[in-house]
Design a protein around this ligand. Structure first.
Ligand SMILES: [Zn+2]
Ligand SMILES: [Zn+2]
Length: 573
């Protein structure tokens, strides 16, 4: 059992205790242990086996007992019991943005509301207006929260889904009758939100594997057609796993077929007809005879196409382009030579500049671009003019010491409601690059917001536009803004558009990237890192860039140090 799995269960117990209105110190002990375990550098399961769990600070006697039971048996009686002691709707209600355990308890005690649908009904009947601690505004917020939730029900952020998928893959790889194993579906296609984990496995006895999984401890669900498919999940997560087990010679085709998307497959089925072939779940057939597929490339070859990478298989225009043999060579993680948009302890980041240099140069980067918040972002400890000077001195010193690595001086400068910037031009000129960003006043009209952002882009010191729609996946809808106009302005005023690689953002959306590229606008794949780990988000960003058909040359952080230096100099003129 992974640290993350143990941590989620402890966290949930803490929440349930809070929902039940128990002593707050009790739930805090669980939250605290959940946090310690989630970030603990060694495997907790391993520590339990060595009997050394109680030596970890913050894990008391009672918790040691519970965690030991969990690790040794794969389940925890206390957790099962306590889970059944609150209405099952409570945990779903927690997913409504802005609704915490305390408020849920009030709703239950005063209005007997125990599920999302009851809550929605009560809001529509204005029952929350007179309720203490609530009122009109909070009733409206809850209603829009419910609407949001319904739209994204059972979806998961990419980074969370892929960690879970790799976890499942590792569990499966210990089954000795499994020969080959691969994550497929929307994770392989690098979709920004994931509904299910799809995995293909091969074995000489698929039915035996399915039977084995159904009877494995900790597995729930288990819908199966008996032969090759099983849908299940583990009791500590709500993400469902679709596992397809096929004979080993069918593995390459299954890899293709279950990667999808369904739209892509539909178009390919149609195309197969033109070649007098039939493409379905079991393979490609000419009459009754099955075509042998050695690898995924064979699927495309049989239909007169060049290879289409998984990220592009969305049923858009990829098949027509592959027919012409014009699928581009997509950008890769290894192409990245440096990254921009990193926060430090000067504003709301958790790392110092030397620490960032160390991690980035270990990753083989040639440069990083620091970009802390600007002064009006008081909530994020935005930089005063004095702090900017101090930071620039530190960067100069570090750059003088390092010959092969450069730190660029940047800033994430707020775009104020009228489209002006948070510093005067004199100050902006002192940076190597300026990322303009909207962080407040999201509720403007589309026209107003577009005008506001374009005014900022016209400033000659603005190098990049950050997270252009402000969306937070599963958290906040994008604000209204006319992206086609923004992309045109980026071309006219020579501004790079950010592809924010934080899995909550992935903003600019990949669906717009191909358009951006054809307009000749460059992209920066920016991690918007607030910690050392945050730097690694750039890998997710590369996945999204591939999904948007980007090649290495389209992203400025594939440029060499010299090229970037020249670019920034040129842009300031
Ligand atoms: Zn920002
Ligand atoms: Zn930022």
């Amino acid at each position: 059992m992974s640290n993350r799995e143990i941590s989620s269960i402890l966290e949930e117990i803490g929440t349930i205790l809070e929902l039940k209105g128990e002593n707050i110190f009790k739930s805090r002990a669980y939250y605290n242990a959940a946090r310690i375990i989630r970030y603990y550098p060694e495997s907790i399961a391993e520590i339990v086996r060595k009997g050394k769990l109680s030596e970890i600070k913050g894990i008391g006697e009672a918790l040691t007992k519970k965690i030991t039971e969990l690790v040794n048996t794969g389940s925890l009686k206390y957790y099962e019991k306590i889970k059944n002691s609150v209405p099952p709707g409570f945990l779903n209600m927690l997913k409504i943005p802005g609704l915490g355990p305390r408020k849920i308890k009030i709703l239950y005690d005063k209005l007997n509301i125990a599920s999302i649908s009851e809550l929605e009904y009560a809001c529509k009947e204005n029952r929350l207006l007179a309720l203490q601690g609530f009122g009109k505004k909070s009733q409206d917020n809850i209603l829009s929260g419910i609407k949001f939730l319904k739209k994204y029900y059972r979806k998961h952020l990419f980074n969370e889904a892929i960690i879970e998928a790799e976890n499942v893959k590792e569990k499966l790889s210990s089954i000795k009758d499994i020969i080959r194993l691969e994550i497929v579906g929307s994770i392989r296609r690098k979709k920004e939100l994931i509904r299910n984990i799809n995995i293909v496995a091969s074995s000489n006895d698929p039915e035996k594997i399915i039977r084995h999984i159904i009877t494995t401890e900790g597995v729930k669900g288990g819908f199966t057609d008996g032969k090759s498919k099983i849908i299940y999940s583990y009791f500590f997560t709500d993400i469902s796993i679709h596992l397809y087990v096929v004979p080993d010679d069918k593995f390459p085709y299954a890899l293709y077929y279950y990667t999808g998307s369904s739209n892509h497959i539909k178009l390919m089925e149609k195309r197969a007809e033109k070649f007098n072939l039939k493409l379905n779940e079991d393979g490609i057939f000419r009459g009754d005879s099955l075509t042998v597929i050695k690898d995924e490339n064979d699927v495309f070859q049989n239909l007169g196409l060049s290879y289409i990478p998984p990220e592009l298989r969305e049923g858009l225009d990829e098949i027509e382009i592959a027919e012409k043999g014009e699928i581009p060579e997509l950008i890769k993680n290894e192409d990245i030579k440096g990254i921009f948009h990193i926060h430090t302890i000067y504003s709301d980041g958790s790392s110092s500049i030397p620490e960032l240099i160390e991690v980035a140069s270990k990753k083989g980067y040639e440069y990083i671009g620091i970009a802390d918040h600007s002064k009006s972002a008081f909530y994020a400890n935005g930089l005063t003019e004095e702090k900017i000077n101090q930071q620039h001195k530190e960067i100069d010193n570090l750059n003088n010491k390092n010959n092969n690595f450069k730190v660029f001086k940047g800033i994430e400068c707020d775009i104020l409601p009228d489209g002006s910037l948070d510093y005067s031009d004199d100050i902006l000129e002192g940076f190597d690059f300026v990322i303009a960003a909207v962080h407040t006043h999201f509720k403007m009209s589309e026209r107003g917001m577009t005008k506001r952002v374009i005014r900022a882009m016209k400033n000659k010191f603005v190098t990049m536009l950050a997270h252009p729609t402000g969306r937070l996946l599963l958290g906040r809808e994008r604000y209204s803004i006319n992206m086609k106009k923004i992309i045109k302005a980026a071309k006219d005023y020579n501004v790079i558009i950010e592809l924010n690689a934080n899995p909550y953002r992935f903003d600019i959306d990949w669906r717009l990237l191909k358009y951006t590229k054809t307009k000749g606008v460059k992209i920066a794949i920016n991690p918007d890192a607030h910690s050392l780990e945050g730097i690694y988000d750039v890998n997710y960003g590369v996945g999204i860039a591939r999904k948007g058909w980007l090649e290495s040359k389209d992203a400025i952080n594939t440029y060499t140090l010299n090229e970037v230096q020249n670019l920034f100099k040129e842009m300031k003129k």
